[in-house]
Design a protein around this ligand. Structure first.
Ligand SMILES: NC(=O)c1ccc[n+]([C@@H]2O[C@H](COP(=O)([O-])OP(=O)(O)OC[C@H]3O[C@@H](n4cnc5c(N)ncnc54)[C@H](OP(=O)(O)O)[C@@H]3O)[C@@H](O)[C@H]2O)c1
Length: 248
């Protein structure tokens, strides 16, 4: 019996990077995966087709996680297509880095909307289904930056710290219905988001990490498997740092 067999997971931002890693690893562990993208329709549909051939159900949906209506519609469609929603992973996220002196109001608002409001939108959208099922696991992608702060990322850090407060509150509200809610705080994970940075900077970051490497999408996906599966059935309201020891 695979760890996630028979469970349906919604994963936002599954077309690239960490989200794609989660989609692939979840499928490997037997989950049926419904995942979203914002603009990468070709990559998302190719991934869904590839995974469907492995015997699980996989489908890509174009849905803007920062849009309330689209999030409600997505949850209804997934329920219709898959029959249940057992795990929600709020992974979609963006950066628009700048020093406070230079950051625009627009860039502050955009990051809060895509990273934080999306978590509210999607959690609201699946809540009714999980309440009826009297079971569910919600996993929110925060960041070490949300735990510690980071110069040049006031908007991003605020969104990721906000996710932690939201996660703990949902855990307190919904625990009595066996709906668990946890956050993951990845450290430096090497994806397209970090591929924009120069190699010398990236190397200095790797050297500063106790495990001496950047993380991979699979490292985060494996933590999601644990939090999504019944192995973690007594864990809620927690923030799990998956950072190679960066914050230690
Ligand atoms: N990489 C790191 O080191 C790191 C560290 C800590 C936390 N994180 C967090 O981990 C998550 C994933 O990061 P990543 O590095 O994998 O990013 P990424 O490679 O840039 O991928 C972002 C994903 O989110 C999707 N997305 C963006 N805006 C969206 C929206 N409005 N609605 C729905 N989907 C949207 C993208 O879809 P399209 O392909 O269609 O654009 C893509 O699938 C983010 O929340 C990020 O903050 C990353």
């Amino acid at each position: 019996m695979k760890l996630l067999e028979g469970k349906t997971a919604i994963i936002t931002g599954g077309s690239r990077g960490i989200g794609k890693g989660i989609v692939e690893v979840f499928a490997k562990h037997g989950a049926n995966v419904a995942f979203t993208y914002n603009s990468s329709s070709e990559a998302a549909n190719a991934l869904a087709d590839e995974l469907s051939e492995t015997g699980i159900k996989a489908k890509a949906y174009k849905s803007d996680a920062s849009n309330y209506e689209q999030s409600q519609d997505l949850a209804s469609e997934v329920l219709k297509d898959f029959g249940s929603i057992d795990i929600l992973i709020n992974n979609a996220g963006i950066t628009k880095d700048n020093l406070l002196m230079r950051i625009s109001e627009e860039d502050f608002d955009k990051v809060i909307e895509v990273n934080l409001k999306s978590v509210f939108n999607m959690t609201k959208a699946v809540q009714r289904t999980m309440l009826k099922q009297r079971k569910g696991s919600i996993i929110n992608m925060s960041s070490v930056v949300g735990v510690k702060g980071n110069a040049g990322q006031t908007n991003y850090a605020a969104s990721k710290a906000g996710i932690i407060g939201f996660t703990k509150s949902v855990a307190l509200e919904l625990g009595s219905r066996d709906i668990r809610c946890n956050a993951i705080a990845p450290g430096f994970i090497e994806t397209e988001m970090t591929g924009k940075l120069d190699e010398a900077t990236v190397q200095s970051w790797r050297e500063a990490i106790p495990l001496k490497r950047g993380g991979s999408p699979e490292d985060i996906a494996n933590a999601c498997v644990f939090l999504g599966s019944d192995l973690s059935s007594y864990i809620t309201g927690q923030v799990m740092n998956v950072d190679g020891g960066m914050l230690t």
